[in-house]
Design a protein around this ligand. Sequence first.
Ligand SMILES: Nc1ncnc2c1ncn2[C@@H]1O[C@H](COP(=O)(O)OP(=O)(O)OP(=O)(O)O)[C@@H](O)[C@H]1O
Ligand SMILES: [Mg+2]
Length: 357
Amino acid sequence: MSASTEGFDEADDGGRTLTSAESGALERAAEAALRPKSLADFVGQEVVREQLSLVLDAAKGRGRAPEHMLLSGPPGLGKTTLAMIIATELSVPLRITSGPAVQHAGDLAAILSALEEGEVLFIDEIHRLARPAEEMLYIAMEDFRVDVVVGKGVGATSIPLELPPFTVVGATTRAGLLPAPLRDRFGFTGHLDYYRAEELHRVVTRSAGQLAVEIEDEAAGEISSRSRGTPRIANRLLRRVRDWAQVRGDGRLDLDAARRALDVYEVDARGLDRLDRAVISALCKRFAGGPVGLSTLAVSVGEETETVETVVEPYLVREGFLTRTPRGRIATPLAWSHLGLAAPEPAQGATPPLGRF
Ligand SMILES: Nc1ncnc2c1ncn2[C@@H]1O[C@H](COP(=O)(O)OP(=O)(O)OP(=O)(O)O)[C@@H](O)[C@H]1O
Ligand SMILES: [Mg+2]
């Protein structure tokens, strides 16, 4: 992925709401209500959960602040949720900031110098910290010290200020963008991966309980299979199915309600939305399955090249609907069958397209 997804906001995502892994401002309150509060309540991600519980229990046993922790992984998989759980499990306050919110090193100095012993400082989107703030953070994390500059110009002096032990929890969707010196200062990195269907099933069932609605098992299964491995999307689809059941149905969240609601919202059985289908449909029907260049493909669905590349394609590639090759985009047999079309037979003697083997 290119660095051009920096500053990504909802206006850039092809107008998606339901299947976007990012969350909008209005959604935050709905999300907060569904956040698990303890590690035991956090569904799935067994590996990270076990690693984290060891780190936390050991620190608690020693009565010391645990080492700094980095949480990485795609949007909507639970990084912020885990940061909150870490503070709760340690019974300490959580201070929250983010890379883009820290414009100057002075902003970070103010945050750091206000920290009390044992507190957790959560820095979301830590890969977006400005360089001077990043450098100040290295020192604070390693030596528990911040150099405060007093005065201006030639008379300026830097006064070292001791900090009490604290724990930085950093979250990033782009671990690869973190400079090595910063990455090295974390004692533990938890990588969150997409959830398996049965894990999402548990997320949906749990969330329905939080929302005080009853959901049938098949309905939870249907929602989880359309949720792209992402709890945020699963919770969102659950809320839309609940709306449908309330307004068009009889209030019951059963399989029929789930299917009909998700059909209304054009989220198909594999979690593809209108734009995803438009892309594979153009690729198969107009370009005979490719290869076709990205910009030609984007124009044919009336979208920006960047939207197709950074918003639509990653999921299609991950799920095996499309492959990227040096000669262009190619539809896989899965794309053809998903559209209910027969994949064309390769011409006699033709070389197979790149990327299909
Ligand atoms: N393991 C989980 N169990 C139950 N619910 C979860 C889990 N992980 C995430 N969720 C739910 O998914 C939603 C999104 O999670 P969260 O905000 O923690 O994601 P994130 O990784 O911080 O995303 P972003 O990168 O966009 O900040 C929350 O409402 C949370 O309740
Ligand atoms: Mg988050």
